[in-house]
Design a protein around this ligand. Sequence first.
Ligand code: GDP
Ligand code: MG
Length: 230
Amino acid sequence: MKSKTNIKKTFKVLVFGEAAVGKTSLVQSYVNSESSFTEKYTPTIGTDFYINVLEKEKFQFWDAAGQKQFQTIYRPYLEGAHGFILVFDSTKRETFEQLEEWIQKIKEAFINRPIPPIAIISNKIDLQQDKILRNEIEQYAKQIKAKYNAKNVLIFEASAKTGKNVAEAFSALMKAVRQATPQTASLAKTALAQRGPFNTRNTESQPLLQNQTTEHQSRLSCCKPNCVLL
Ligand SMILES: Nc1nc2c(ncn2[C@@H]2O[C@H](COP(=O)(O)OP(=O)(O)O)[C@@H](O)[C@H]2O)c(=O)[nH]1
Ligand SMILES: [Mg+2]
């Protein structure tokens, strides 16, 4: 196992959206196109995560289960997130409308501190069906920015099936996360410190699941040259 001392920052990106919109497919499409991806982890909370190790940073993509029963346990993960990918199915209007619920959850976790960058992905654009129009998505993004004072809301029309715009969406979000994090992280630390001992976790560099990652460390072995286990 390679030492993790060269890793300067860990960024956590949560992928949200209703069931079957293509969250897992999008993450896997991106992971498979990037040789820098290492392990897939499967904690027991209905979420997989993937790690992308770049020269001096590590991106974790948390592929959250869309099922409602898992939603209550997201809160601690939400608070430590550096970015979000919100996915809807471009052919299913209800999945677009349900984005608001996810945004609300994000907002609740980021009271008094800036909302991290969000990429909204309209997925399955390969399908030959009526789709939510780009104009409408743009309007919604504007609305989120104004209503929640979110600085960075990016939108993409993509297809996990064909790969169209998948790398573009992930790369743009990663760039925005990098740029936003110094500010977000220091404000987050202040906000968390003010809230007492239960929330003083270092959101910049600690894994989300201390116990589970210890378990993973003992269970997993490296598969690729740049694999760095948590
Ligand atoms: N046509 C098409 N199907 C997709 C696309 N992305 C995902 N799917 C399909 O949609 C279904 C749900 O995908 P999945 O990734 O499991 O959704 P999740 O529940 O949000 O993780 C699967 O049958 C996928 O093959 C896409 O871009 N185009
Ligand atoms: Mg899934």
